[in-house]
Design a protein around this ligand. Structure first.
Ligand code: 3SL
Length: 241
């Protein structure tokens, strides 16, 4: 009998109930752009991130004086200072602060996994860091792609495939589901040129129309930071070994 922990991929949040019982650690992935933005915020010294699902919750935090970001359909929601661009989270003024954020899909996926034992944030920009964190844990991992409004997204699946590949290559993990095999093959086809591979993907086109090309390039550049945001209560902190 093979007792090695599993690493599996869930293509969209609405499939999560089918996978959740197999997971000790859930990795929420939203490459374009929520989890890339969250990793960037930690890399630039943000202390805590509180992901919330709705704009109403975000407004409540804003009224209490928090620094709050809100994005819907790729754009900053009226009345908020920040949206979902990683470039908004590179300033020194955010150091030591708590950031509250709501996004179309990423923070909803975080909420979907709220009952998971452990939740971690993954993206291409912290690919090796999050993979090494999971390799050390040696627990059953579920890679949850945030998708777009519960539809499949190529970039999140490719990132899931990249993480799965690193775990499998250690020999300490196994994958049994076809979603994981598919994610791995998509990653292997894309890994030499993420930008080119995703050229006609729906979210890349959506963000390009909003003139967010620089965000796309940034989010598709692997290993720019070694932060590993982990859930603690209802918020995220950067894991420190
Ligand atoms: O869906 C999300 O959470 C966002 O990342 C979408 S967007 O990149 O801001 O359009």
């Amino acid at each position: 009998m093979d007792n090695r922990p599993t690493v599996e991929v869930c293509f969209t949040p609405n499939l999560y109930p089918l996978h959740m019982d197999d997971a000790d650690v859930v990795v929420v992935i939203d490459v374009l752009r929520a989890t890339s933005a969250i990793c960037t915020a930690f890399a630039n010294g943000v202390d805590k991130v509180i992901p919330v699902s709705t704009v109403e919750e975000a407004i409540e935090y804003k009224q209490k004086g928090y620094l709050v970001a809100a994005e819907r359909k790729g754009q900053v929601v009226d009345g908020f200072q920040f949206g979902n661009s990683p470039y908004s989270y590179m300033g020194k003024e955010l150091k030591g602060k708590t950031l509250v954020i709501t996004t179309t899909n990423g923070t909803k996926a975080f909420h979907t996994a709220r009952k998971a034992k452990e939740v971690v944030i993954g993206s291409l920009i912290n690919l090796d860091a999050v993979s090494n964190f999971l390799i050390k844990k040696k627990k059953n991992v579920l890679l949850l792609a945030s998708g777009w409004q519960n539809k499949f997204c190529l970039e999140d699946t490719i990132c899931a495939g990249a993480i799965a590949e690193q775990l499998i290559n250690t020999g300490d993990f196994r994958s049994v589901q076809d979603s994981s095999i598919a994610a791995k093959y998509l990653y292997l086809s894309a890994k030499e040129n993420y930008l080119g591979y995703l050229k006609s993907s729906s979210h890349r086109r959506r963000l390009k129309k909003l003139n967010l090309n620089e965000d796309i390039k940034y989010c598709l550049t692997p290993n720019q930071t070694d932060v590993v945001p982990i859930r603690k209560g209802n918020y995220l902190v950067n894991y420190k070994a």
